[in-house]
Design a protein around this ligand. Structure first.
Ligand SMILES: Cc1cc2nc3c(=O)[nH]c(=O)nc-3n(C[C@H](O)[C@H](O)[C@H](O)COP(=O)(O)OP(=O)(O)OC[C@H]3O[C@@H](n4cnc5c(N)ncnc54)[C@H](O)[C@@H]3O)c2cc1C
Length: 369
């Protein structure tokens, strides 16, 4: 008789949960629970808004296309609660019925909510498609676009809207002297020149007044006021990319969370005092930038889960101190990646290399859509 394999529940199959499930596939009985019917990534907002057909190839992929998920049981539903002593989570299935999923190890990867493009609500394929198309058409029909915020989502949106629709007036308003404050200064130096060349108006020192009760979760129209004293501006479309993230942890007991609602983890991405619970990605309070997704800790976390079950040695997470990676996505069929020290390199011929680098290299095999 063979011993039963450990049962690992991965809560949230977004960018990081999906990769953890892939690494554990075949090495444990893995159950992945997701409110979306596939990977619907929060990455590359600008590309998603301006050129959604291109974005979909990498970032909206149904689970049945990932070869390594053939051995993983995926559940389309919403996590409602976790009972840590009973070692089980409660899930509302897409059809409305509730079920309990027991685990030996729980991996929390439910990410954060941010703007209209990153919400944890249960969605069907049609609803995902309709949301993508709706935002694209909304921007397409606007002659003037104001983008508010200084992070990667804002910069990427301004640049991609300007390259896709050169006739629009696009303006980027951000509170600091420069945008991308968490990246190396060289990144903004380079991208601000590109934005200016595209005719995007750059407006430092502007902090927008967020209307009472507005969750920044839709594209608005009309006036924007500034708490920094400047005159209000108006636009046909206003994009609120102000980084107001909220952890998707309402389903978890408070004992797991820090004062901001993120999941507390130690240097192994394991929850202190709970040897059978780990967290990764934007939901995990691993370091000030919550960098475990970007720093690709997914393979390390999978290895730690197996080591923890087998009495092995756990690896230590080493976060990058600055943000890095792609900011504006693929441009003219090349992907530019910025390093933490502000250098950049371009991967050319992206459409030819993408299946090798992403589908084979990162996801270990993806069937054609
Ligand atoms: C391969 C890779 C490359 C990256 N490259 C870059 C880069 O170049 N530049 C950069 O800045 N960053 C990069 N990142 C990081 C990225 O910006 C984010 O940090 C990443 O998208 C966060 O992933 P996540 O899994 O934590 O969250 P998400 O991808 O948001 O996943 C969370 C999932 O959980 C679901 N969920 C939430 N609540 C529930 C619930 N109650 N029930 C069921 N499901 C729920 C959500 O719907 C979502 O599907 C990269 C990450 C990866 C993995």
């Amino acid at each position: 008789m063979t011993a039963a394999r450990p049962r690992v529940v991965v809560a949230g199959l977004g960018d990081t949960g999906l990769l953890v499930a892939i690494h554990l596939s075949g090495r444990a009985d893995v159950v992945g629970i997701s409110s979306k019917p596939g990977l619907v990534s929060g990455q590359e907002l600008g590309l998603r808004l301006a050129r959604p057909r291109e974005w979909v190839r990498d970032y909206w992929v149904s689970f049945d296309r990932y070869r390594k998920l053939d051995a993983v049981s995926t559940v389309h539903g919403s996590l409602l609660a976790a009972d840590l002593d009973a070692k089980q989570v409660r899930v509302a299935d897409a059809d409305g019925s509730e079920r309990l999923e027991p685990y030996d190890v729980l991996v929390i990867a439910t990410g954060v909510s941010n703007g209209f493009w990153r919400q944890p609500d249960l969605q069907t394929r049609d609803q995902v498609d309709a949301a993508l198309t709706g935002a694209h058409e909304r921007l397409g029909s606007s002659a003037t676009v104001v983008v508010i915020g200084g992070g990667a989502a804002a910069v990427s949106s301004a640049l991609n809207i300007a390259t896709t629709w050169p006739d629009k007036q696009v303006d980027l308003y951000f509170p600091g002297e420069r945008a991308l404050p968490q990246h190396h200064g060289k990144v903004w130096d380079k991208l601000s020149k590109q934005l200016t060349a595209l005719g995007v108006g750059l407006h430092p020192g502007h902090r927008a007044v967020v209307p009472d009760g507005f969750g920044c979760d839709e594209i608005t129209a009309g006036e924007v006021a500034w708490s920094t004293g400047q005159d209000p501006v108006t636009a046909d479309a206003v994009l609120w990319t102000i980084g107001r993230v909220r952890p998707n942890t309402g389903w978890l007991p408070a004992e797991l969370l820090d004062e901001d609602g993120f999941v507390r983890v130690d240097e192994h991405l394991r929850v202190p005092g709970r040897d059978d619970v780990y967290a990764i990605g934007d939901v995990a309070a691993s370091d000030p930038l919550r960098n475990s997704a970007r720093s690709r800790a997914d393979a390390m976390l999978a290895s730690n889960v197996l080591a923890g079950l087998n009495g092995g040695v756990l690896k230590t997470f080493k976060p990058a101190v600055r943000r890095w990676g792609s900011v504006v996505g693929v441009q003219k069929n090349a992907l530019e990646v910025f390093t933490p020290t502000g250098q950049s390199f371009k991967i050319p011929a992206w459409s030819a290399l993408q299946p090798l680098i992403v589908w084979r290299g990162i996801y270990k095999g993806v069937r054609k859509g």
